[in-house]
Design a protein around this ligand. Structure first.
Ligand SMILES: O=c1ccn([C@@H]2O[C@H](COP(=O)(O)OP(=O)(O)O[C@H]3O[C@H](CO)[C@@H](O)[C@H](O)[C@H]3O)[C@@H](O)[C@H]2O)c(=O)[nH]1
Length: 442
């Protein structure tokens, strides 16, 4: 089918999921296809600036039904602690009537989903195709969401001995256990019953994991590539950060961020600050205020601001991460290895230091550090605690010009980046993906 299609997109109510779906929507819209994007009402205003084709992408707001246990105004995971995600997930299931009404009225050709596994039944009823679009790493799906695996242990035939959980990951598995059963059911059901499986990755990074998923689910897996937004289409970096970063030499600043969900305990937050003080390099830390604090300032260690004045900033709000990473003064990116940040770190020229918190972040970290050998991981204790010394040692191991290990990961990372930025690689993934959808719709 060379003709244009109309796709619905219905991602999990988390910005880490909604945003990559919207990036894909932009790619489809750019090629002249139409997208109706279903999302919680309040989320729309945070996303409008990312909609580069409003003539082809229409937001369709959903009302989040009340569920006992879910705070009344919560609509996305950033409104709640991870322990309440299951209530939001129940609320998502209760939007089925609203989704069906929209399908009935607008009659799309395709519907993209990830967690709402019941979309496949609805799609069959209305004779439209369902696309299970996974925005987590293929590694995570292969390890954790293929029939036969169990919490923390991969299924038979899993293709890596390196990308695994270890003893010190009990903290991440404990968090995963809160929602594992529900997410396992949602994702495995969706993958088994959808018409098309697709994943936001490319074979240059995760080829063997994609092949494994295809063999376990017994069907073709379409890859979209990472579908990264074009930086020049967005707003420029905020003046305060340009000013701050311009004050330092090329590649000298360490940038630290933990994505949209992680909130540290206060003592761990203070240890983190002390780690940057100990490190002695310029830094920009962007994290949410820790638990129990409403601002960053009230949680900083005693006298910290004075001691690091002129050299470092701890910021409690959102920064434009991809733009910060592309500033020439930034030389190292310490992050949680959420899948979005993983791609952004690979596309940057920074050295990468990883400190994962959640289940998939641990596996992504092992992929980067053990399989691809392009990063280092901060050592944690059995309790999950990381010390100021382990943080500063990890950063030094890649920032120190004479470090042998630093040179090795720098070389590996540069080689991998060369492959990823080779002209046309990502656009050919996107083009082939869209062609495959069109063929499927004939
Ligand atoms: O101050 C900030 C913080 C984040 N970001 C952006 O927000 C996105 C964050 O995405 P990601 O790195 O994937 O982090 P999370 O949103 O925290 O990730 C959630 O979703 C991911 C899937 O995308 C999972 O891998 C993670 O485990 C889960 O926590 C990235 O594009 C960042 O550039 C900013 O621009 N500024």
């Amino acid at each position: 089918m060379g003709s244009k299609f109309h796709a619905f997109m219905f991602p999990w109510f988390a910005f880490g999921h909604i945003t990559p779906y919207l990036h894909l929507a932009n790619k489809l819209a750019e090629k002249g296809h139409r997208v109706t994007f279903l999302l919680p009402k309040k989320a729309q205003k945070h996303l409008e600036h990312l909609n580069h084709f409003p003539q082809n992408i229409a937001f369709h707001p959903l009302t989040i039904p009340h569920v006992n246990g879910l705070p009344p105004s919560a609509e996305t995971t950033s409104d709640i602690p991870i322990s309440l995600d299951k209530f939001l997930s129940e609320a998502m299931d209760l939007t089925r009537g609203q989704v069906e009404a929209a399908v009935q009225t607008l009659r799309p050709n395709l519907i993209f989903f990830d967690f709402a596994h019941w979309v496949t039944e609805l799609a069959k009823d209305y004779m439209i195709k369902s696309v299970c679009y996974i925005i987590l790493s293929a590694t995570t799906i292969a390890h954790t969401l293929v029939p036969g695996g169990e919490l923390g242990l991969p299924p038979p035939g899993y293709p890596s001995t390196k990308v695994m959980y270890r003893d010190n990951d009990a903290h991440a598995l404990a968090t995963l256990s809160i929602y594992y059963k529900r997410v396992y059911h949602q994702i495995t059901t969706g993958l088994k019953s959808c018409d098309i499986i697709s994943i936001r990755t490319c074979k240059e990074i995760e080829g063997k994991f994609c092949d494994y998923i295809a063999s376990q689910y017994n069907r073709k897996v379409l890859l979209t590539g990472p579908v990264l937004p074009e930086l020049e289409k967005g707003e420029p970096l905020e003046e305060q950060w340009i000013h701050f970063l311009n004050g330092f030499g090329p590649g000298s600043v360490v940038f630290f961020a933990l994505g949209s969900q992680i909130i540290l305990e206060k003592d761990q937050f203070q240890e983190l600050c002390l780690g940057f003080e100990l490190l002695g390099l310029p830094f920009l830390v962007a994290v949410k205020p820790p638990k129990g604090a409403s601002t960053i300032q009230e949680a900083l260690p005693e006298g910290f601001e004075e001691r690091v004045k002129g050299r470092g900033v701890v910021w409690g709000g959102w920064v434009q991460q991809p733009l910060v990473l592309s500033h020439p003064s930034v030389g190292c990116f310490v992050n949680h290895c959420g899948f979005g940040s993983m791609w952004e770190s690979l596309m940057s020229d920074c050295q990468i230091v990883l400190i994962p918190f959640l289940g998939d972040q641990v596996l992504n970290t092992r992929l980067m550090t053990e399989e691809l050998k392009v990063s280092v991981e901060v050592v944690r204790e059995k309790t999950g605690w990381f010390s100021k010394e382990s943080l500063s040692d990890a950063v030094r191991s890649v920032m120190d010009k004479d470090s042998k290990h630093g040179k090795l990961v720098r070389r590996n990372k540069a080689k991998l980046k060369d492959i990823l930025v080779s002209p046309g690689l990502f656009t050919s993934y996107e083009d082939k993906f869209v062609e495959a959808l069109q063929e499927y719709l004939v």
